[in-house]
Design a protein around this ligand. Structure first.
Ligand SMILES: *Cc1c(COP(=O)(O)O)cnc(C)c1O
Length: 214
């Protein structure tokens, strides 16, 4: 798909769901993609990009032409010892998943007087190998993050590969609603249309925009 086709699909999905287009942010996931493809998407006027690793993102975005309108989102797991460069580079972090990291990010926010927006990653499938707060712990975790004055924008999920994503999208939407959170980071190349139907505010689309990764 081209960026234009994806834009058309997003418009259709929003129309079907009775939602305004501007309620859905398209994050172009540029992780591991060659610079030339990323430059094409920048050239098409896109300003919102997602990366999985702090070091890779620092390197890439130092090479790219600067744009004050650009927004960078961290989607991958964040080690506590990378919290400072992550807070310096990213506008939004989608992988907040443990108290130790929340405390470190809160300390950095105090020190810097500013903080990225945070999404709490939820392991809705309760997969042992996957990051994320377990569903039963979400309400308590969100409350702890708020008590630390972290700006919690919403919840994020990566559904199990072998399950119907809609079930996980609807579960995430319910958890966000009961916690008074407006943000829903859900939906990737294969399922962003369903995610929009279930209320996604941030869809994370990589291969559908850029092609297969290396
Ligand atoms: C890689 C990645 C994506 C993008 O996946 P595609 O299938 O390429 O669209 C979205 N979210 C996260 C957390 C990712 O790691």
């Amino acid at each position: 798909m081209s960026l234009e086709e994806i834009e058309r699909t997003i418009l259709e999905s929003c129309a079907q769901a009775g939602r305004p287009r501007q309620d859905v942010t398209l994050i172009a996931v540029s992780k591991v993609q060659p610079d030339a493809r990323v430059l094409d998407v920048i050239g098409a006027g896109h300003t919102v990009f997602g990366e999985n690793r702090v070091q890779e993102a620092q390197d890439r975005w130092a090479r790219m032409p600067a744009d004050p309108a650009r927004q960078l989102h961290l989607l991958g797991p964040l080690q506590t010892n990378k919290a400072r460069p992550a807070a310096e580079l990213f506008d939004t972090i989608h992988s907040l998943d443990r108290i130790k990291l929340a405390k470190t990010l809160a300390r950095l926010a105090q020190e810097r007087g500013t903080s990225p927006q945070m999404f709490v990653q939820v392991n809705t499938g309760e997969e042992p190998q996957k990051a994320g707060v377990l569903p039963a712990d979400v309400d308590g975790f969100v409350a702890e993050c708020r008590a630390l004055d972290l700006p919690v924008a919403g919840l994020m999920v990566i559904p199990p590969v072998d399950e119907t994503p809609s079930l996980h999208f609807s579960l995430l939407a319910k958890m966000a609603e009961r916690n008074g959170l407006a943000g829903l980071s859900m939906g990737m190349s294969a399922d962003f249309e369903q995610a929009i139907a279930f209320g996604a505010t941030h869809i994370r689309v990589g291969t559908a925009i850029f092609g297969a990764r290396g």
